[in-house]
Design a protein around this ligand. Structure first.
Ligand SMILES: C[S@@+](CC[C@H](N)C(=O)[O-])C[C@H]1O[C@@H](n2cnc3c(N)ncnc32)[C@H](O)[C@@H]1O
Length: 401
């Protein structure tokens, strides 16, 4: 099989139909599959392969097993890459060595070269196989690379920066999510992520509830893509996130977009002190995080959110695993009825819906709840939410497990 059909087959496996960037990528690959514009394809493909095989952040993202198997691989690439900037004989030598390396490892007809093995893995590998998110982190990073190098040149500097930051995170931040790849993606940036922001906001139908004068808080804002997308509909967003690498990604995206109404703060939500109260707060999968960095118990967390929202303001709440055993462990929301006994004393439950995860493995379907802050704490509030009913309603929908 020649290369464009092979790439198209890979993109068609789990590329999302809801993503306009993926549509453009498919269309362009289809043109190349038809034999048109081959010189253009070859030029772009050569640039892509050179980038993927000579930048430490792409090597680490796309070839984690090779990095583990050959611990010298990354230091070698890094030193050759650095030496290219030297204005002397050594730079020429480094360039020649890198060129040889790229030609050898980039030849996709060789099944033992890095690029050939990667394409085989992505074309035939199973997303459930191996450690959690190993396949998916490589698959979606590769789709991001294809978008920037085959279709959307303007995204290249941003993608390079974001994957370089992810590489630093991988080495310096314990317990990063999704095998070190992006938890949040954003279609507007050609980044798939495990949770695509526009598709997620669309499924949750949140933006009609926001108004242009609103001030919004996103708790545990991750890479800030959701905060930036929400910022397009409101006056101001505070994005509070503990992980400095993710905040740097959010700030880079804001700079790239020229968007100024999202304020990124590196802070623990427990000790962070706001200078305002909000019309709406997002608490998406953040009340007990599986990285173990959310130290507040559930009632203190809810009381904190109550203190941050105006009376009548919105709390947008996303669960963790509602199918869990309900032991109260991080990530287990099988005890959501008990949690809602608490939450409904502070907030009135307006609507709750279950949603499919956006990836074919490892992530779980989530419950999304819209709540309104009560004027005052209501000690004898009776719970209206029922997890059993939410799950039954969900399972009765066509195509649900
Ligand atoms: C499961 S992710 C959810 C991210 C985001 N809310 C979303 O749904 O897209 C949890 C996030 O909370 C952050 N986090 C964990 N503990 C935190 C804390 N105490 N204060 C602020 N952020 C925290 C993590 O770094 C991570 O980005």
């Amino acid at each position: 099989m020649t290369l464009p059909p092979r790439l198209l087959e890979i993109v068609n496996r789990f590329g999302r139909d809801t993503d306009p960037g993926i549509h453009r990528l498919r269309e362009r690959l289809q043109v190349w599959c038809n034999g048109t514009d081959q010189i253009e394809f070859e030029r772009r493909w050569t640039e892509l392969v050179e980038q993927a095989l000579t930048r430490p952040h792409w090597i680490a993202a796309l070839f984690p097993q090779a990095c583990a198997e050959f611990p010298n691989l990354l230091p070698l690439i890094r030193s050759l890459d650095n030496a290219r900037d030297l204005p002397d004989q050594r730079a020429r030598g480094a360039n020649e060595n890198l060129n040889t390396w790229v030609i050898e490892q980039g030849d996709v007809s060789l099944s033992d070269g890095l690029m050939g093995r990667l394409l085989d893995d992505l074309q035939y590998g199973h997303p459930h196989e191996g450690p959690a998110f190993l396949f998916l982190s490589r698959y979606y990073a590769y789709l991001d690379l294809l978008q920037a190098y085959l279709v959307a040149d303007a995204l290249r500097p941003l993608h390079e920066r974001i994957f370089a930051i992810l590489h630093l995170q991988r080495n310096q931040w314990p317990q990063s999510y999704c095998n070190g790849y992006l938890y949040q993606g954003w279609e507007a940036l050609g980044l798939a992520g495990i949770k695509p922001t526009d598709a997620r906001l669309g499924a949750y139908n949140i933006t009609p509830l926001l108004s242009p004068s609103d001030r919004v808080l996103d708790v545990g804002a991750n890479s800030g893509f959701l905060a930036l997308a929400v910022g397009r509909h409101v006056a101001h967003v505070d994005a509070v996130e503990l992980n400095p690498f993710l905040v740097e990604i959010g700030r880079s995206a804001a700079d790239f977009l020229g968007q100024k109404n999202v304020r990124f703060t590196i802070a623990d939500i427990e000790s962070w002190r706001p200078d305002t109260i909000y019309d709406a707060v997002f608490s998406l999968a953040n009340h007990c995080t599986i990285d173990g960095r959310m130290s507040m118990d559930f009632e203190n967390y809810v009381a904190r959110l109550f203190s941050l929202i105006k009376p009548g303001g919105w709390l947008f709440f996303e669960s963790h695993n509602v199918f869990g055993p309900g032991t109260g462990a991080p990530g287990d929301d099988g005890d959501l009825d008990a949690k809602f006994d608490i939450i409904e004393r502070y907030f009135e439950c307006v609507d709750s819906t279950m949603h499919r995860s956006f990836v074919p493995a490892h992530d779980i379907d989530k419950l999304f709840v819209k709540l309104r802050r009560r004027p005052t704490y209501l000690a004898d509030a009776v719970r209206t939410f029922s997890l059993a009913k939410a799950i039954t309603r969900y399972r009765s929908l066509p195509g649900r497990p």
